[in-house]
Design a protein around this ligand. Structure first.
Ligand code: SAH
Ligand code: F3S
Length: 485
């Protein structure tokens, strides 16, 4: 290591992650309202400076980024979309699959050039990848010019870490592996003025054998009901039309709270705030009681769309994945949902090529897809995550075969997506208009109640409004429509 080169920093490791200790979950989560503060030294530090942030992965990460942006703006920074003009570069990373990690390392390579040219630029990493010891080791070796690394549990400490980074030539690294707490009153800068993410709980207790999330995000812990409802009332007052309640497994909401409230009760309280549209993600095919389905059906502002990860249609694979349901119980829940919730749309996540998945087991997935006929699905090839139980399972399925299975499944996904959308042709739907279509600026784009993407020609003034449209055409994964007179 060349110490005379600014690029090679020593490390000031306040703490490094230990995957195994993330499994130890003795402490009861606490709710803290006053942990966030700005050190006097950096109150104005970001004035006339810009930050660039890039977020990978799930909605929980997007919401975390809104808090990170809120903190940076609290310090005086303003946002830029051009990395080259930033004084503070931050990547909020995702660890769920190897591909996500590869993308991050690719971007790090690009940003490196900026850091070379302007060494004063601060470069930071956060998110799930930093919670993995193997990744941290790689970062320490390959990215010695990194200034700040923090994890998912200590976002509120960003001002303190920034202060440390300013007064040391070392990389400041602080990543905690622990159960985690509920940290309230963080600043927030929301991406949208129309739709808002609302965290209702953090972490996961399920440890599906393939999944890294319980290790990177800690124990399941719920935000207090009152705090959630107040946040949503504030969003209604500010003109937000839609909220999406977030948790790794929202069905578990409230289990750790003293209050006697579950997800169904929370949904009712949220519906009573008068917010126009409510969505939630993600629910799982266990703890999905009939009363929850009835509540979705009962309230016109709870959208009739359920994203219910299935992962596999084979009970034996589900068992090896440590899922809490079987093929039969998944079928039963989706049948009940379709019966109880009028106009339901159903989407899912599926993993193909789980270790030793046989042809017959994969056929079970194709077969259940034909029965349920999902409106859409996110499909993934199994990705080995170091430290998870599945990573040490033997696997006799070749990568070639895994790709074949993915393509066969994707054919079904496309077929049923289009088939279900065709049923809507000629029908009137209510669409919340998000903005201009990304693919063609002449079109506006929004989502109907079922979460279908709907494109149409409209006025700028439609953006942010819920308007009636008539569906004219079904594409594979979206709809075309015209305004109703
Ligand atoms: N409960 C979480 C799950 C997040 S991960 C939620 O809020 O949705 C999203 C999806 O990624 C999972 O449903 C699963 O289908 C997929 N996934 C997770 N770990 C994976 C792995 N190791 N390989 C491939 N896909 C994975
Ligand atoms: Fe992952 Fe299973 Fe939890 S998919 S987030 S361990 S419910």
């Amino acid at each position: 290591m060349k110490n005379n080169n600014w690029l090679y920093k020593a490390y000031k490791t306040n703490e490094l992650p230990v995957l195994k200790s993330a499994h130890k979950r003795f402490k009861k989560p606490e709710v803290y309202y006053d942990l966030y503060s700005l050190p006097a030294n950096i109150v104005d530090y970001g004035k006339n400076k810009k930050y660039y942030i890039r977020t990978y992965g799930c909605q929980a990460n997007e919401r975390d980024s809104e808090h990170i942006m809120g903190i940076l703006e609290d310090i005086g920074y303003t946002r830029t979309m051009q990395a080259e003009s930033a004084d503070f570069l931050l990547l909020n990373t995702c660890a769920v699959r190897e591909n996500a990690e590869k993308k991050v390392f690719g971007e790090i390579g690009l940003l490196k050039k900026i850091k070379y040219k302007t060494p004063d630029v601060l470069f930071a990493l956060s998110g799930c990848m930093t919670q993995e010891p193997a990744v941290i080791n790689k970062i320490l070796k390959k990215i010695p010019y990194i200034d700040i690394v923090f994890g998912t549990h200590n976002i509120y400490r960003l001002p303190q870490l920034l202060e440390e980074a300013l007064f040391t030539t070392k990389s400041v690294i602080e990543v905690w592996s622990k159960e985690g707490h509920v940290i309230e009153n963080l600043p927030s800068s929301r991406e949208s003025h129309i739709k808002a993410w609302v965290d209702i709980m953090y972490g996961c207790n399920y440890f599906c054998t393939y999944c890294i999330i319980p290790y990177t995000r800690g124990k399941e812990r719920s935000r207090p009901v009152k705090v959630i409802v107040e946040e949503i009332k504030g969003l209604v007052e500010s003109g937000y039309k839609e909220i999406c309640l977030l948790g790794q497994n929202v069905n578990s909401y409230g289990k750790d709270l003293k209050e006697d409230v579950d997800f169904t009760e929370l949904l009712k309280l949220v519906a009573d705030t008068g917010i126009k549209r409510i969505r939630f993600t993600t629910s799982n095919p266990w703890n999905f009681p009939i009363k929850l389905m009835e509540t979705i059906a009962q309230y016109s502002n709870i959208m009739p769309h359920v994203h219910l990860p299935m992962q596999s249609g084979s009970s034996s694979v589900l068992k090896r994945m440590s899922r809490r349901n079987t093929r039969e119980t998944y079928l039963e829940i989706t049948e009940n949902l379709k019966k109880i919730v009028p106009n339901l749309s159903l989407t899912t996540d599926i993993i193909v090529g789980f270790p030793n998945e046989t042809k017959e087991e994969f056929e079970d997935t194709l077969d259940i897809y034909d029965i349920i006929q999902f409106d859409n699905a996110y499909t993934f090839i199994y990705s080995q995550r170091e430290g998870t139980p599945a990573a040490s399972m033997s696997d006799n399925v070749t990568m070639d075969e895994k790709y074949k299975r993915l393509y066969a499944l994707n054919d079904k996904v496309t077929t049923y997506s289009k088939k279900n959308k065709e049923k809507l042709i000629g029908k009137e739907v209510e669409v919340l208009v998000d903005g201009h279509s990304k693919n063609d600026h002449n079109f506006l784009s929004g989502h109907d109640a079922n979460n279908n993407v709907v494109n149409f020609i409209g006025d700028k003034s439609d953006i942010g409004e819920i308007i009636k449209l008539r569906i004219t055409k079904a594409l594979n994964f979206s709809l075309m429509a015209e305004k109703c007179n």
